[in-house]
Design a protein around this ligand. Sequence first.
Ligand SMILES: Nc1nc2c(ncn2[C@@H]2O[C@H](COP(=O)(O)OP(=O)(O)OP(=O)(O)O)[C@@H](O)[C@H]2O)c(=O)[nH]1
Ligand SMILES: [Mg+2]
Length: 459
Amino acid sequence: MREQHTVIDDTPERSVLARLILPENSVSDDPLEELHGLATTAGTQVVGELIQRRSTIDHGTYLGRGKVDELREMVEKTKADVVIFDNELNPGQTRNLEKAIGVNVIDRTELILDIFAAGARTHESRLAVELAQLEYSLPRLKRMWTHLSRQAMGVGMRGPGEKQLEVDRRLAQKRIHDLKQELSKVESRRQRQVASRRDAPTVSLVGYTNAGKSTLMNALTEAEVLAEDKLFATLDTRTRRWHLPQWGTVLLSDTVGFIRDLPHSLVASFRSTLEETRQADLLLHVADASNPDVFAQISAVYKVLSELEIEEKDTLLVLNKIDAIESPAMLNRVLDRYPNAVPVSAADGKGFESLIEAVGDALGREFIDLDVEVHPGNGKLLAFLAAKGEIASQTFESEVVRLRVRLPVSALGPVRQAAIAYREVNDRRASREQTIDESSVAPIDVADEVSPPSASDVA
Ligand SMILES: Nc1nc2c(ncn2[C@@H]2O[C@H](COP(=O)(O)OP(=O)(O)OP(=O)(O)O)[C@@H](O)[C@H]2O)c(=O)[nH]1
Ligand SMILES: [Mg+2]
């Protein structure tokens, strides 16, 4: 059974969900679950679902011919008002699909933009959303006009003509220009504000949407940030003081959540909202360990962080919702890959002591000891390690150079990006269990499907 997400609007449009799955796409047991959550959050009532597995996309209509017919029949039968695609469609595909099916067709990006638009409350997030929406619609103006003219003038009438389209395009470009300027002003103001407030170390919560960031913030700081079972409940950044027993006070920020395939323009327009995250001393990456897609969600978050150029930071992975995990095997699978992650439940407070200890450790630490594997041809990284770190040992093999090195935490970025693999020597969990024999530490597995986690997640 799927969770029901809170609905923004109470006059539900009826939607049919569609997705094309290519052989290279990795999908969970329920490939439309996330889109379902998004569609209900946006206020539609889902009345049908259709999936096609195919080796390539059809350039004209995305889905194959037969599936498009099936989709049209489903829309007629369920009296749907709109078809929502989980894939990204180009303007031509949308137009062709609308022609074939007879109702509005929107893609995942447009849906996410809608949710953001409905939820944006502050001046800053409104500007960000408007910019992202305009950038999305600019290449699609023609389709929109075709729509309008079809409605206004009936079939067979001519569209508004190139001239009107050109005027609109220019207006949109002008507005985009103004919004960008306004946002960059907001961004500099924000940068100064955040910098001036740094009377204490700063910690920023990041993570997939609905992972429980706001709930965790509330539980840790007694803040009253809105947390609900809705995708993108938080769109702005809030900062609160968090008192770590026996350590002191830090500033903890909660901010907008991420999602896979987040539209690039949206990521870019939320730069200023993410200023606290950019300037943070430590990121707490909150993941929903009870979600079957947790690995994909973790890597999606690393991907967005790198798009925002904020991945080179000390990051602690927090595995939330352990109270809701069905089998312990699942948690162990995640911990096998991220042994330094801290399991917690924001709902019942389990794991908070370890979390506080881990945050205190991470903030207090300036150097870390790493085992690093480097490709022998990567002279640049080898030189970097020699210059920045203290090399305790190194062995050369034909395919790999293995080093043990003590590095300043601030120099971790290039290791994350260019090493074949790396792991922290003093694994927090291992030391708790008093496993002192370091040769027994499991093999390094960083360079596979998940983007490089930070130093504190690997060990
Ligand atoms: N069972 C369980 N549910 C949790 C836990 N933490 C959060 N939740 C629920 O998960 C849902 C999302 O929580 P939020 O705190 O709003 O998540 P968020 O990461 O801030 O989400 P966005 O702001 O939308 O990105 C809510 O329904 C919470 O009650 C937990 O530890 N256990
Ligand atoms: Mg939130």
